[in-house]
Design a binder for this molecule. Structure first.
Ligand SMILES: [Zn+2]
Length: 249
């Protein structure tokens, strides 16, 4: 069997696009994730770079839907598996029937779970801005030592965590200042850009107000979309952790 062509990452053209006609190139049975779809192109950002894999539905048209007894298929996660991007299906499925009905038969409408994605986009830019303002208040900009990127910068569905391999990088009062300055800055409505590195394929950057952070994730266009960030500090085992949230969309 020949492997299907690589999935086109259409979300990089427009992070706000929520619907796309796609072809199903393959149905795979992953040991780790169960039945998965490989699509010709996708709006779903795969799990990675701290960001959770996108969720979506694949709308099934009348004839295919009737044959399968389904109006849509839920995609509950998007992952990289080896070289491929796999769209993880919800639960058990008759894979032979799905393969026959879906693979290469016609285009289907992929609808992104925008509420989930937009929240991840806002959390993700909050993670970067949090780092920028910690640097501003305790890093080189404030006459302190240079601040390395967090060793962990991870998003969950509801919150994010930046953790630095530094003991007591800052205290509660400084943390409060970080959050206050971050929120005042965000409310001013600064543009956020993401761009590909022209020299290194697959390498991308996040940019805002002169700050540049290597990142392949998805982000809003403007800081005003993020909303007021809340963050709590934890100083444990020689590390400085910051758990942060943005308002529900
Ligand atoms: Zn990012």
């Amino acid at each position: 069997m020949t492997s299907p062509p690589e999935t086109t990452l259409t979300f990089y053209e427009d992070f706000y696009r929520t619907e796309l006609e796609v072809w199903v190139d393959a149905l795979t049975l992953s040991e780790r994730f169960g039945p998965c779809l490989v699509l010709s192109e996708t709006l779903c950002h795969p799990h990675g770079g701290g960001q959770k894999g996108d969720r979506a539905v694949l709308a099934l048209d009348g004839e295919v839907g009737k044959r399968l007894g389904l109006e849509k298929m839920a995609i509950v996660d998007t992952r990289r598996e080896g070289e491929r991007i796999v769209h993880v299906l919800d639960g058990a499925a008759d894979t032979a029937a799905l393969e026959e009905a879906l693979v290469g038969t016609r285009p289907f409408l992929l609808r992104l779970d925008w509420k989930f994605r937009h929240h991840q986009m806002r959390l993700h830019s909050a993670a970067h801005l949090l780092h920028c303002f910690v640097e501003k208040i305790v890093g080189e900009s404030a006459g302190g030592p240079p601040l390395e990127f967090p060793e962990t910068s991870d998003l969950q569905p509801e919150f994010g965590l930046n953790r630095y391999a530094r003991k007591e990088l800052l205290d509660a009062a400084r943390m409060e200042r970080v959050v206050a300055e971050l929120n005042a800055f965000s409310a001013e409505g600064h543009s956020i850009a993401t761009r590909a590195d022209p020299e290194t394929e697959g390498f991308r950057y996040w940019e805002c107000a002169g700050w540049v952070i290597p990142c392949g994730g998805t982000h809003p266009r403007n800081t005003a979309e993020i909303g007021p960030v809340e963050a709590t500090l934890s100083l444990k085992r020689g590390k400085t952790g910051m758990t942060f949230r943005v308002p529900a969309g």
